[in-house]
Design a protein around this ligand. Structure first.
Ligand code: NAD
Length: 334
């Protein structure tokens, strides 16, 4: 039996549902809850014990693990609202509050302050790896909090993930997550612009990939999540941009990064621009597509130019395929 004791697992959505299942399979005593009945039902069907209320789930908890959509949800649940007691009041003294949601750094620090004030301990531990990682227990956890508190939850995190990194004090996990995703969002746009420019210049996708993947343009957005089909067979571009990592989540994380840029006074122009680009893409129908589908937007916005001679003259695109089918690699009718 794991030493952690009882884990109250709140938030049984796309991520939390499979994470809770993995804890149960590893022998943890889990009591779960979600405000949405269908999520509760799905958890129950996967063998996760469920409480009738949030207060009931945390009443005898040693760890309260939250996996919520936003920082507002976390802070509301901690404090309580509309006459409902908050989780901080309902949990036994000295409970570990472990928030794995992706939220603002400032909100994570506020959550830690509230937990401390209520006599509890806390760690922020957002994840990367998506639903596939949640199901396969291969998530990466980026944790912030006191070293001894982090060590106390490390075994729990290692059940749900393959990589667990202590990044520093409260909020440092969220900081690491949004800094990484700022790099990712900007680099995916840059890689996509380069492929569309290459198409216009008569460069095949494979040729650009072969050069850039072994040169200074090399990055994850190119070599793992390549936004054009072909060079990386497992990338979402090869399956009509099924996520993967949905553009709506990229937009969310970039906006968290922008909030942090603003609150710290960092003049991060590329991050702010990337946030606007993904906001627009998500609002205009791209929300549920993999974030690499941003290339379809860039390609769709490209104007025919006089220099576009190769494709215009031959009736083929840079990959040599017919222009009618090549205009959108994903086949979408933009
Ligand atoms: P989701 O919307 O599928 O699940 C969130 C769940 O929290 C919902 O079922 C909701 O009903 C529940 N919830 C909200 N308030 C609650 C409360 N007070 N008590 C109990 N349950 C409550 O979201 P998700 O995709 O599972 O993502 C969860 C978090 O993980 C988000 O912060 C997201 O940014 C982050 N994340 C998601 C992914 C991904 O690929 N989905 C990847 C990395 C990180």
């Amino acid at each position: 039996m794991p030493e952690t004791g009882t884990v109250a697992f709140l938030g049984l959505g796309h991520m939390g549902g499979p994470m809770a299942v993995n804890l149960v399979r590893a022998g943890y005593a889990v009591v779960a809850f979600d405000v949405v009945p269908v999520a509760v039902q799905a958890a129950r069907e996967h063998g996760v014990p469920v409480a009738a209320s949030a207060a009931g789930a945390v009443a005898e908890a040693d760890v309260v693990l939250t996996m919520f959509p936003s920082g507002g949800h976390v802070l509301d649940a901690y404090r309580g609202n509309a006459g409902q007691p908050g989780l901080l009041a309902a949990a036994p003294p000295g409970t570990m509050f472990l928030d794995c949601s992706t939220i603002n750094v400032d909100e994570a620090r506020e959550a830690a302050r509230l937990a401390g004030e209520a006599g509890h301990r806390s760690v922020d531990a957002p994840v990367s790896g998506g639903v596939v990682g949640a199901e396969a227990a291969t998530l990466t956890f980026m944790a912030g909090g006191e070293a001894q508190d982090f060590e106390s939850v490390r075994p729990l995190l290692e059940v749900m993930g393959k990589r667990v990194v202590h990044c520093g004090g409260h909020g440092a996990g969220q900081a690491a997550k949004i800094c990484n995703n700022l790099i990712l969002g900007v680099s995916m746009i840059a890689v996509s612009e380069a492929f569309v420019l290459g198409e216009k210049l008569g460069l095949s996708h494979q040729a650009l990939f072969d050069v850039a993947s072994a040169a200074s343009g090399q990055c994850w957005a190119l070599t793992t999540n390549c936004p054009v089909p072909g060079p990386v067979p497992a990338s979402p571009a090869n399956r009509d941009y099924q996520p993967g990592f949905a553009a709506a989540l990229m937009a969310k994380d970039l906006n968290l990064a922008v909030n942090a840029l603003n609150s710290t006074g960092v003049a991060g122009q590329m991050g702010a621009l990337a946030a606007r680009i993904y906001d627009t893409f998500a609002a205009e129908g791209g929300a549920g597509r993999d974030f690499s589908a941003i290339i379809t937007d860039i390609r769709g916005s490209a104007e025919p130019a006089a220099a576009d001679t190769t494709a215009a003259a031959t009736g083929t695109d840079a990959t040599g395929r017919s222009r009618t089918t090549a205009a959108h690699d994903d086949g979408s009718p933009e």
